[in-house]
Design a binder for this molecule. Sequence first.
Ligand SMILES: [Mg+2]
Length: 267
Amino acid sequence: MPLSPLVEGYDQVILDLDGCVWVGDQPVEGSVGAVAALRTAGKRVAFATNNSWHSGEDQVAKLWSLGIQASLADVVTVGGAVQHLLAETRSGRTAFVIGRETLCRHVADAGLKVLNGTELASRVDVVVVGGTDDMHYRDLRDASLAVRRGAELLATGRDPTLPMPEGFWPGAGAILAAVETAAETTALIVGKPQPQLLLTALDRLGEGSTLVVGDRLDSDVAAAGAAGLDAALVLSGGATTEAAAAAPDPGPVAVARTLADLVCDSL
Ligand SMILES: [Mg+2]
């Protein structure tokens, strides 16, 4: 399958996962073939995700299950980025995590003492917020108490929603908004729209002209701009052409219905 002229002009691509390659457990129509076409044409492919529900290993397993070959080095996760940042700068401190077990493990592996479920949860040094489907009022309470007592607030991202087959679920940004509102502060964001995930992916891909593809203007396209890379927007995660047209500079270099429509020459 020949590549579109736009994609043919790049040496490598960094793909978002949720809303771009898949929605929930279902691949976006044509995405598996699109990744195969990129590789057949000699383009290097990496994946960068703000999703902290799942580990890098889980994302690799999911890619394989859909028919996309990938190794751990091909997948840059925000959980890994959180771990790297914390290990470099905050090892030995105490932490409270709103997020799934995967994110807790990243924080612990960075050398922090995770005090979830203890009496000291509201007296930690660092609060880390990510996406989760398992949260209680007391988590919001302990996080906001800790931040009001001086804890740093870090978060995986501000993505308000997570695209799923049945519609949009609340994303990490929705949970973060609750903590920020209660604590009257603003978090440090580790994932997209910060450039770090993309820069890590670039490190692994090597030199070459690079296109970032994602489904969110406020995270994927904005992160590409911050990293000095071109971005294309796909509409399979809920973004609209109207929103793309109104995006602040630098906006997407292309907008397509799906990854397959972007990558493959339909003529
Ligand atoms: Mg996405």
